[in-house]
Design a protein around this ligand. Structure first.
Ligand SMILES: *[C@@H]1O[C@H](CO)[C@@H](O)[C@H](O)[C@H]1NC(C)=O
Ligand SMILES: *[C@@H]1O[C@H](CO)[C@@H](O)[C@H](O)[C@H]1NC(C)=O
Ligand SMILES: *[C@@H]1O[C@H](CO)[C@@H](O)[C@H](O)[C@H]1NC(C)=O
Ligand SMILES: *[C@@H]1O[C@H](CO)[C@@H](O)[C@H](O)[C@H]1NC(C)=O
Ligand SMILES: *[C@@H]1O[C@H](CO)[C@@H](O)[C@H](O)[C@H]1NC(C)=O
Ligand SMILES: *[C@@H]1O[C@H](CO)[C@@H](O)[C@H](O)[C@H]1NC(C)=O
Ligand SMILES: *[C@@H]1O[C@H](CO)[C@@H](O)[C@H](O)[C@H]1NC(C)=O
Length: 235
């Protein structure tokens, strides 16, 4: 009995270590792809049982990575697809660096993600349509990069989306107006190659002064004609 318990405990420890290492390996893959002149990765040691003690990494109660806070850290280089393995990641903050290359479509596997802040970098290529799989996303800020292609329609289906900034890129095509996009104003899209949104039809309830005036003149003329009509007939 005791032996069984001990072996179960050992197995659990082993499994949690492996899980911890898998997330550490994913983050370490990022470290190897980024130049780090300010040495922010100084204590990212791959021999640690998990990455929870690493600077700028925050874990949840189960020792799984919940935040990566590396904004404004002077990093250059590329993102890695391995980031998509951080199943409990809620905040990916890599803004205001010099990160180039494309946004890995594997980031669409980060289904716990609440905030994806990649603004003010040197990212190129398209916005992956797979980001539409991020059902908990509230903040998506990709502004101030060199992203190209169209805005994926899949993003309109993220009902949780509250803040969107795609301004200052090289995006083309139409700006979606349905779904979650119905609340975003033009400052989310400025300075791209996007088509202007269709002009909203003028509401007949608030006509311009000019048309009101000419309208009433027409009515006055019509009434005058009506009253003058008998005169015309009897004349
Ligand atoms: C990263 O961690 C270091 C050390 O704790 C801290 O000084 C720095 O402010 C952190 N950077 C960010 C962007 O959180
Ligand atoms: C960022 O790194 C570059 C070298 O790549 C260095 O010249 C510059 O001073 C650094 N900036 C900051 C704010 O640390
Ligand atoms: C930004 O990254 C590029 C390489 O992608 C590099 O040539 C350039 O020196 C970096 N700029 C700074 C300020 O670190
Ligand atoms: C992650 O996403 C990519 C591309 O979107 C997909 O091919 C891959 O199977 C996904 N991996 C997992 C573990 O879900
Ligand atoms: C983004 O780019 C615009 C235009 O170049 C600039 O005015 C703005 O300050 C930049 N914002 C950030 C957060 O980098
Ligand atoms: C918005 O419209 C596009 C087609 O124009 C569609 O693919 C997308 O699913 C729509 N989004 C929602 C939330 O209905
Ligand atoms: C988007 O970012 C630009 C540049 O930093 C800023 O001027 C604009 O106000 C932002 N818009 C929103 C909706 O956050």
């Amino acid at each position: 009995m005791m032996e069984r318990l001990i072996s179960v405990c050992l197995w659990l420890i082993l499994v949690s270590r492996v899980a911890g290492n898998a997330e550490g390996d994913a983050l370490y893959a990022l470290k190897t792809k980024l130049a780090d002149p300010n040495n922010v990765f100084q204590n990212w040691d791959p021999t640690h049982p998990n990455p929870c003690v690493w600077f700028n990494i925050t874990c949840n109660a189960e020792n799984s990575v919940a935040r990566v806070d590396l904004g404004d850290a002077n990093l250059s280089g590329q993102l890695v697809p391995e980031l998509g393995q951080l199943a409990n990641l809620q905040y990916l903050e890599l803004y205001s660096n010099n990160i180039s290359g494309t946004i890995p479509e594997e980031l669409g596997n980060l289904t716990s993600l609440v905030s994806l802040d990649l603004f003010s970098n040197a990212l190129t290529g398209p916005i992956p349509a797979a980001l539409g799989k991020l059902r908990k996303l509230r903040f998506l800020r990709l502004n101030n990069n060199s992203l190209t292609g169209q805005i994926p329609m899949s993003l309109t289906t993220i009902v949780s989306l509250q803040v969107l900034n795609l301004s200052n890129n090289r995006l083309e095509g139409d700006i979606p107006v349905n779904g979650s996009f119905s609340v975003f104003n033009p400052t989310s899209f400025r300075n791209n190659g996007l088509n202007n949104p269709p002009v909203a039809p003028q509401s007949p309830a608030i006509p311009s002064t000019a048309s009101t005036l000419s309208g009433s003149i027409a009515i006055v003329a019509g009434v005058a004609l009506l009253f003058s009509a008998p005169t015309i007939i009897f004349a």
